[in-house]
Ligand binder design. Structure first.
Ligand SMILES: Cc1cc2nc3c(=O)[nH]c(=O)nc-3n(C[C@H](O)[C@H](O)[C@H](O)COP(=O)(O)OP(=O)(O)OC[C@H]3O[C@@H](n4cnc5c(N)ncnc54)[C@H](O)[C@@H]3O)c2cc1C
Length: 393
């Protein structure tokens, strides 16, 4: 089957899951988010209000939360998951609570993720869970472990507890037969995460890919790392699971490199990231026998190239070793059109108490502000669909 270049222009398929009211609400929200000063002021006010424990959650609940999150509980998520699955789209669950720094909170995060894994095991259309490593251990500990400085006895024990948390989740993922994705974070502690996840893959991916690491292709060393790890998995006889992203911490990485006088690990320009991203996708497809890959991007060109490559190589679109994923509330034209063609298409679906996911929501709003006064791609597509429905009558 040929993949058309305009595969993502079909707004009817993209927004089929949204009735007219939901579409209008999305239009209002994306218009508001397009206003840079409003978002910048709103983000500051929200952070301030959160610090003072002011009741801002109802405002978030009826605006950005509905657009970008599945619900506060699994029960609330069920409706969203059912709606997605009726269009052939699956959910990747993410307990959206961020950056806690004490052991008790890490243990709570494990319990929440165990519940998510169990839920995913029982719901075919939500058979994937994403976890953020910094939800399971102290960032400073990850960083010290990577730095080469010797850990104290207490720190070594603490690191062992962190590893135990990861392994509890890994074992549960095997029992529930789901995909467990581990997010990638900043370079100064990512090596510690990589080592833990590599060990998990060797243990739990012997029969099929269950554990997935993440590589950020905005890093100039990751394509080589990916190739090396795929070869290692082949020699050691386990399946390699990987989520491919461009990367979310570019400014932070560049700033830190400049402040500390080392060369930035990030590509010099966007073209560099794009080139490595598409090369990574192609390398995974070429090694599809032992490599399972999640193409996690809202970039239409990358998704088009991946779909085209699968079609040209006559690889079944629903091959269990390849899937696509976009954030819930964004990139619907990609997800729903891919699902319509029979590809494994996912939505990354955060859930959790509104007040705890506010940092995630602020980032989504910031991502959708206007660039040089231009209307966002999301808003353009929504308006196009509203017009199309009006004409159809
Ligand atoms: C399902 C899913 C899971 C994700 N998981 C993670 C994760 O675990 N870790 C993580 O870090 N991010 C994660 N992300 C976010 C991701 O890394 C990107 O920030 C985001 O998706 C935007 O990139 P894009 O590929 O969708 O699209 P694009 O809009 O095509 O790319 C934007 C990205 O390009 C890169 N870029 C932009 N300008 C430059 C420049 N001047 N030089 C070099 N590079 C540049 C940056 O990475 C930027 O985010 C995830 C995203 C999705 C959809």
């Amino acid at each position: 089957m040929e993949i058309d270049i305009d595969i993502f222009e079909n707004t009817e398929a993209a927004f089929a899951a949204k009735n007219n009211t939901a579409l209008k609400e999305a239009q209002v929200l994306f218009k508001l988010m397009g206003n840079n000063s409003l978002v910048s002021l709103g983000a500051k006010a929200a952070n301030f209000a959160l610090k003072l424990h002011l009741p801002v959650t109802p405002l978030f609940r009826i605006t950005v939360y509905e657009q970008f999150c599945g619900g506060e509980t699994f029960d609330e998520c069920k409706k969203t998951i059912k709606n997605l699955s009726s269009y052939g789209v699956s959910a990747m669950l993410n307990y959206g609570v961020e950056l806690k720094e004490c052991e008790n909170d890490f243990d709570i995060a494990v319990e929440e993720n165990l519940k998510a894994i169990d839920f995913a095991g029982k719901n075919k259309s939500a058979n994937a869970v994403c976890i953020k490593p910094t939800g399971l251990g102290r960032l400073a500990l990850f960083e010290k472990a990577q730095s080469g400085n010797k850990l104290t006895k207490a720190e070594s024990e603490e690191l062992q507890r962190v590893k135990d948390r990861f392994h509890r989740l890994g074992k549960a993922a095997v029992v529930s037969n789901i995909h467990l994705y581990i997010d990638a974070e900043e370079t100064w502690f990512q090596n510690t995460i990589d080592e833990i996840v590599e060990e998990m893959m060797a243990l739990y991916n012997t029969k099929k890919p269950i554990i997935y690491n993440t590589v950020q292709l905005y890093r100039n060393d990751r394509l080589a790392y990916l190739k090396k790890e795929i070869e290692r998995a082949k020699t050691q006889n386990y399946f390699y699971g990987i989520k491919l992203v461009r990367g979310a911490y570019m400014e932070k990485e560049n700033e830190r490199a400049e402040q500390n006088g080392y060369a930035s690990p990030i590509h010099k320009n966007k073209k560099g990231s794009d080139k490595d991203y598409d090369a990574a996708v192609e390398f995974c497809i070429e090694n599809i026998e032992n490599t399972a890959c999640c193409i996690a991007t809202q970039n239409e060109q990358s998704c088009y190239l991946a779909a085209k490559s699968l079609a040209q190589k006559k690889i079944p679109f629903n091959h269990s070793h390849i899937c696509f994923s976009q954030l819930y509330g964004m990139g619907d034209n990609i997800t729903f059109n891919l699902a319509k063609l029979g590809f494994n298409a996912y939505k990354y679906l955060p859930y959790g108490p509104v007040k705890d996911v506010i940092p995630y929501l602020i980032r989504r709003a910031q991502e959708n502000t206007s660039v040089n006064g231009q209307m966002s791609r999301e808003l353009k597509l929504i308006q196009q669909e509203i017009e199309r429905r009006k004409k159809r009558g």
